[in-house]
Design a protein around this ligand. Sequence first.
Ligand code: LLP
Length: 389
Amino acid sequence: MNTSLLQERETPFYHYDLSLLQSTLDHLLAAARDLPNCHIHYAVKACATPAVLRTIAQAGLGADCVSGGEVRAAFAQGFPADKIVFAGVGKADWEIRLALEIGISCFNVESLPELENINAIAREMGKTARVAFRINPNVDAHTHAKITTGLNENKFGLAMDDMLPTIRHAWSLSHVEYVGLHFHIGSQITDMLPFVHLAERINTLQDQLEQAGITTASINVGGGLGVDYDHPDAHPIPDFEAYFDVFRRYLCLRPLQSLHFELGRSVVAQCGSLISRVLYVKQGHEKQFVIVDAGMTDLLRPALYGSRHQAVNLSAEGEKAEALYDIVGPICESSDVFLTDYRLPTTHRGDLIAFRTAGAYGEIMASQYNCRRLPGHLIEPADSNALAQ
Ligand code: LLP
């Protein structure tokens, strides 16, 4: 990070390191190289900053979108339509129309009424929509309750028992074509075992489908691979080898079947940091508070999930003395706390603090609560030391 250039910018803002993004993509593609008929989609919901999207599209990944806005953003930044998949429990009519107009590769359908609506809109438009069904595999991802999705009876997907009747129903409809099954068990999963369970569950479901005479062209296993929030410098690139190895070893793909992944966090988390400035250092009775100009409006994850993003004082180079601080934002909410009892070099008003591992679900989840401005961003290109917008 070029600290002197960061100094000049108005804070808070996100900094993206495109060389790290590029090497993450290189590792990802190398790790998946020998998986047959494999397609990796980037989950746009993690970060839709244009330069980030462009870099990922140029690497050849497809896009996994959950709204018309994401479909538009992905298409505009160079993801080919036939590599875009569109999921989400509540697709509005205009979003379905937009996706059909662009000619996306597949709708990941999550309910029967949605299927019927897609069929009706496709009929109106004289098109056929390719659909995959999101099945809830009832696999425990052992992750934060707010980002687990694969357990029975949540708002996502169809129950396993509804799989066969829904596919049969799709066959009876004139303007949809059944192409595959879609799964997603949760996010920030660092233990590979839930993915093994997912692969085994998919094998069982595929056996059931075959017994019923149903062929499935594609299997989409979703995303969810986690990153190391505690040690971003030791593990800047996630263990893609171990992740893909699970599917290589445990998933029984049928001949010619394609395998799809939808990775978000593992692609972009480590390449982004939120840069903030210290407004005040406040001495309490038992604690010292570092009050920064970034808050939960800029990075919601600590307040929403209790997540810890490592903090670095970028202005304290050479400072030997350290102290324990609570690092907090300016928002009028007591949950607007980044870190408690956190060790930093002695910190002063005006210092720059970087919150690491903020590339995924950071800038994209920012809000204007308290009438604040949305954070800006600064892109560090892959091929030079210059900083660009
Ligand atoms: N596919 C589907 C259907 C998803 O719902 C998600 C994430 C992904 C793929 C990408 O998952 P990833 O590879 O990023 O784990 N805001 C939360 C995370 C929400 C994840 C939602 N779905 C956070 O900040 O931790």
